[in-house]
Design a protein around this ligand. Structure first.
Ligand SMILES: *Cc1c(COP(=O)(O)O)cnc(C)c1O
Length: 364
């Protein structure tokens, strides 16, 4: 049996008629960037996340860059960020000339709230949390630390659309939430897309201007902005997907539940959840094992596709060589990078496919 790590075509084929209708209606209308579909999506998504506002962007890297710019991060400012994240999170800080201060994760792969305060200096301006693999961070604790030290909180929610604690969703806790609608994300389009979510009205005009060259009205320009707009086609697909998004999340829960109860191999460590069920929306199903590369090869031999999220922590990347970090600086992060593996996980994965993955892993 051959099981890819991800199969997005499965979801498309299931809803093909709906999506083709959406595509046709957008093309027929003749407005392709920042039109009614985008403003409708911004309204719908703000309501879904539970914030006053949502502003569409071209992708999450732009959302991150814009959000750190909106809170005024400048050269010399420090931002505390998990060491185990996708490099885009860190780029949002460094593209504003801010200094990323890396923090080790806890056993749930999220920034360890117990390690944050020790990293705060007079230069610290913000804490950036990343709700990794679909699990929301320890937001009640982190917000308390931020309030106590008067720090901004930026949330990277690229992997956790809909995850919540006590009904309060990721992207509504901090000052600004940054989302990605890249096709593989739980709420993904058929191309790039992203957005910002926030409650503060003063960010609304700023965000809308910065994503559109720093424009104010039709003819005036007030900031050196960027071009980071959300397409009508992507917004229309996202509006459609949002209608049945809860069903898609339930479907992912089904797969996670099966993996969690049926994978039984002392060599394989299963992911843990810290809060109630709704705190994890299962973007990725990440296991850990000591001889990871050998295990990856074993699964590959049996036709099972796996990916590593992520084998090279940002502090050891060439991009951030100028920060002068060494191997051993963040041992928990580095151990994770060497032992984690993401199993096949996608909407409408069949029972037979899950059976097979479980059987092969249990025989390892
Ligand atoms: C995917 C991802 C991003 C980047 O999103 P893009 O829309 O591809 O720019 C940022 N952070 C995390 C944690 C991600 O998983």
């Amino acid at each position: 049996m051959n099981i890819p790590n991800n199969n997005m075509q499965r979801l498309f084929s299931k809803h093909k008629q709906d999506y083709m209708k959406v595509l046709e209606s957008v093309l027929d209308r003749g407005v392709y960037v920042l039109g009614d579909e985008v403003s409708t999506f911004e309204r719908n998504f703000a309501k879904y996340i539970g914030t006053n506002y949502c502003v569409g962007t071209a992708n999450c890297l732009d959302s991150l860059y814009l959000s750190f710019r909106m809170i005024g991060i400048q050269e010399g400012d420090e931002v505390i960020v998990p060491a185990n994240t996708f490099i885009a999170t860190v780029m949002g800080i460094s593209k504003n000339k801010g200094t990323p201060i890396f923090c080790e994760p806890d056993e749930f792969y999220n920034i360890d709230p117990a390690r944050i305060e020790a990293l705060i200096t007079p230069k610290t301006k913000a804490i950036c949390v990343v709700h990794l693999y679909g699990q929301i961070c320890s937001m009640p604790q982190i917000m308390e630390i931020a309030r106590k030290h008067n720090l901004y909180v930026i949330e990277d929610v690229a992997q956790a659309h809909g995850a919540s604690i006590n009904g309060k969703k990721a992207g509504s806790w901090g000052d600004i939430g940054c989302f990605s609608f890249y096709p593989t994300k739980n709420l993904g389009g058929f191309g790039d897309g992203g957005c910002l979510t926030f409650n503060d009205e003063t960010y609304l005009e700023l965000a809308k201007s910065l994503r559109n060259y720093g424009r104010m009205g039709l003819y005036h320009f007030v900031y050196e902005g960027i071009n980071s707009r959300l397409d009508e086609i992507q917004a229309a697909f996202l509006n459609k997907k949002l209608e049945h998004f809860d069903e898609l999340l339930e479907d992912r829960k089904r797969i996670a539940k099966r993996y969690l109860t049926e994978i039984k191999n002392p060599k394989i460590q299963l992911p843990k959840t810290k809060f109630e069920l709704e705190s994890h929306i299962w973007h990725l199903f990440v296991v850990a094992t000591e001889k990871r590369d050998e295990f990856k090869e074993y699964l590959h031999q049996h036709g099972i596709g796996t990916i590593i999220h992520y084998p090279e922590p940002p502090h050891l990347s060439k991009t951030y060589a100028y920060l002068n970090h060494q191997v051993g600086d963040y041992p928990i992060t580095e151990t994770y990078a060497n032992t984690i593996l993401s199993l096949p996980f996608y909407n409408y994965m069949s029972d037979e496919e899950i059976d097979y993955v479980v059987k092969v892993i249990n025989a390892y």
